[in-house]
Design a protein around this ligand. Structure first.
Ligand SMILES: Cc1cc2nc3c(=O)[nH]c(=O)nc-3n(C[C@H](O)[C@H](O)[C@H](O)COP(=O)(O)OP(=O)(O)OC[C@H]3O[C@@H](n4cnc5c(N)ncnc54)[C@H](O)[C@@H]3O)c2cc1C
Length: 497
């Protein structure tokens, strides 16, 4: 938006700018440079979940395009209800309405080449026609519909190039999956007004009470400083608050832009169930597509739940193995870690016993709690550290959602993969929320920091509530909205000068 409006912009990115297809990808690798070559966050993150210590490689991207390099490209809008206040004092209210974001949703859908069909319950997305459904997806489409659901073709930022599998999990080298690099960074670079500096870690923002003076960065071990008129943080909802808190100084003893004490607080993920569903009769599941979604339980009797989507994965031994290994890491099940290499056996047995099924996923809204937060690690200042308590109300809503989605697949054999609450660490949001009141929000309604006039934050940190759908389309649409606002502001300033 800013480059198109004629402004010179510099992107500072911790990861790489380019990725090569020949690089083998291993999500479990501990080799930091290999992880970076795969667009993966190089370091482990650390946290306390229900007071239990966990340390694991997060589902986070690192490189030009961020986590969208790895994302599954399901690009769903939030629902109009998500933009209405949810708590008694209104502090988690969105300061913009669905209608204000709507033109930018449309723009983001166009730029990201989103395809799918209209959700019968919210039919306003700008989507291209999707390809034919697979036999397996046709089967589930009609089966869920006959069980009273309103299925539609999931909205996906994918060009469906022949021979390319379902998007997600790793970098797409075929120009098929549309990520932030393809849709936004490459066109910005093509204007000639944008510089991308990769392998550049922003270490702190140096600010006085009037605003940011410079950024302190390191690039290949060398310290560099960067100055600009305006600064936009888009480091993700885990790194952005860490950077602001690390940037405390005499002017900002509690952390930069943190007079509200809310930087890092209200951390939300989503809870996601993965469950296997077996088709009935003779339907083949050899190639399920990432095709179906339904939102019949998005809000159930006034309680916000979320969306159900097919993942495009079959319950093969490989997928079951990956699931089991990441479960051990994320749950901090230390005694099982030495047995990770042996997980092939239960995964294989599971698949042998149950045969091939299609994996579906639920996404359930996570609510904001001030004590769920990113904060500086007591001993490792550069490590992302968070504390998160799973509240009983989340458990209850997950259980209610499970009972409901079972009814959508009645007469199918189903198996929940994992039994407890599974937090979706790739969907972090909420840690610098926006709102009108500077005492209850870090950012104003245009994502400018209430405390720091030359600082904007446009990553997933700004969400006051997480909604019950995938976050990326809303992050992209809002960034376009904020970019348009910043361009207008800069124009006004240049006319005054
Ligand atoms: C496997 C996976 C599947 C997903 N599937 C979906 C999906 O289907 N649909 C959906 O909507 N969402 C999905 N998501 C979530 C989605 O990708 C994220 O919500 C979204 O990309 C977050 O955007 P962001 O701008 O907040 O941060 P990010 O996309 O994480 O970008 C942050 C960027 O900042 C860089 N950075 C961080 N710290 C620094 C620093 N100090 N200095 C310089 N650079 C820094 C990072 O390297 C990164 O490039 C998925 C995520 C994963 C990991």
């Amino acid at each position: 938006m800013l480059a198109k409006a004629g402004y010179r912009t510099i992107f500072l990115e911790k990861g790489l700018a380019e990725f090569v297809e020949s690089e083998p990808d291993d999500p479990d690798s501990h080799d930091q440079s290999q992880r970076l070559r795969n667009g993966r966050w190089p370091e482990q993150i650390c946290g306390k979940v229900n007071a239990k210590l966990v340390r694991f490689f997060p589902a986070l991207g690192c490189g030009a395009g961020g986590s969208t390099l790895l994302y599954a490209a399901a690009l769903e809008r939030l629902s109009p209800q998500d933009f209405q206040a949810v708590d008694k004092d209104g502090s988690a209210a969105w300061p913009i309405s669905y209608n204000q974001l709507e033109p930018f949703y449309q723009m983001a859908e166009r730029l990201l080449h989103v395809s799918g069909t209209q959700d019968p319950l919210q039919p306003d997305a700008e989507v291209n026609d999707p390809p034919e459904m697979t036999e397996c997806d046709r089967h589930f489409f009609s089966s869920t519909r006959s069980n009273g659901m309103h299925p539609y073709r999931v909205h996906t930022a994918c060009k469906y190039i022949k021979g390319c599998g379902p998007c997600g999990g790793s970098i797409c080298h075929k120009s098929c999956k549309q990520d932030a690099r393809r849709a936004f960074i490459e066109p910005a670079l093509a204007t000639g007004r944008v510089t991308l500096v990769d392998q550049c870690v922003v270490e702190r923002l140096n600010a006085d009470r009037n605003g940011i003076k410079e950024l302190h960065c390191t690039r290949n071990g060398e310290a560099i400083k960067v100055t600009a008129k305006l600064y936009v943080l888009a480091a993700g909802a885990l790194s952005t608050p860490l950077l602001l808190l690390k940037s405390r100084n005499d002017h900002w003893p509690n952390g930069l832009a943190n007079s509200s004490d809310l930087v890092g607080r209200n951390l939300m993920f989503h809870a996601s169930d993965f469950f296997a569903v077996w088709p009935r009769g003779r339907t083949r599941v050899s190639s399920p597509g990432k095709s179906i979604a339904f939102r019949d339980f998005y809000v159930h009797r006034g309680v916000k739940l979320g969306v159900i989507q097919s993942t495009g994965l079959a319950a093969t031994a490989g997928n079951a193995l990956h699931f089991l290994k990441s479960l051990i890491d994320r749950k901090g099940i230390n005694w099982l870690k030495p047995f990770k290499p042996l997980m092939r056996v239960p995964a294989g047995i599971g698949v042998f016993l149950y045969g091939k099924a299609t994996i579906f996923a639920s996404i359930i809204e996570d609510r904001p709690y001030p004590d769920n937060r990113v904060k500086p690690h007591p001993d490792e200042p550069d490590t992302i550290y968070f504390e998160y308590t799973i509240h009983d109300e989340l458990r209850e809503r997950v259980q209610r959602f499970r009972d409901l989605y079972r009814s959508a697949f009645k007469r199918h054999r189903m198996m929940l993969l994992g039994s407890d609450i599974s937090l979706n660490y790739g969907h972090a949001c909420g840690t610098c929320r926006f709102g009108y009141d500077r005492s209850t929000a870090v950012l104003d309604s245009n994502n400018r920091a209430h405390d720091v006039p030359n600082l904007y934050v446009v990553d997933g940190s700004f969400f006051p509530t997480s909604g019950g759908a995938n976050p990326s389309l809303t992050i992209a649409a809002n960034a376009l909205r904020v970019g348009a606002y910043m361009a207008t502001e800069l124009n006004a300033l240049s006319q005054l000068a």
